[in-house]
Design a protein around this ligand. Structure first.
Ligand code: S3P
Length: 175
């Protein structure tokens, strides 16, 4: 019989590398992965950028809420990577082990800018369009991320491969 495993939920600021780390975790383990932004885009059949532009942020947050309930009730053995604001969902801790990917704001922006698809990566994130506002959002969220995290992984100057190894090791010791 397959023992059911707790979900791992990756939280952290936009561009910190949740998607890349999630892809490594599934390579290195038997977790499967889902991404809350991907779920929202397929539910709505339009991009996050369009949802923000056509319906506004509150509508997007309602979709995140709907997804959080579905995750809590129906998903196991899964690595869940989340959009940067998903952590606000009240049932986060009931969904699984909360893992914060952490890096200074400047390093996150540098990481995005060094990507071959940097322009696309910036464009698809409406809340990164104004860097001054994005930094304020980072400063506001950081203590909240920290308070919720069951474990914190500093991803600065580390490969997704190494971050994933660290997560799997810590999760094994945690459960
Ligand atoms: C958001 C982060 C985005 C996406 C949306 C809102 C946020 O996801 O969910 O643009 O509030 O931080 P990423 O963290 O994957 O960029």
């Amino acid at each position: 019989m397959i023992r059911s495993k707790k979900n791992i939920i990756l939280i952290g600021f936009m561009g910190v590398g949740k998607g890349s780390v999630a892809r490594e975790v599934i390579k290195q383990s038997d977790y499967i992965a889902i991404d809350t932004d991907d779920l929202i885009e397929s539910m709505e059949n339009r991009t996050i950028k369009k949802i923000f532009a056509q319906e506004g942020e509150a509508y997007f947050r309602d979709l995140e809420k709907k997804i959080s309930k579905w995750l809590e009730n129906g998903v196991k053995n899964t690595l869940i990577s989340t959009g940067g604001g998903f952590y606000k969902q009240k049932n986060l801790k009931d969904i699984g082990i909360v893992v914060l990917l952490n890096s200074p704001f400047e390093k996150i922006i540098k990481r995005i800018n060094s990507h071959p698809n940097a322009v696309k990566k910036l464009k698809k994130r409406p809340l990164l369009s104004d860097l001054k506002k994005a930094k304020e959002l980072y400063d506001e969220r950081m203590p909240e991320y920290m308070a919720l995290a069951d474990m914190i992984i500093d991803v600065t100057n580390k490969s997704a491969f190494d971050c994933s190894k660290e997560i799997l090791k810590k999760v094994k010791a945690y459960v």
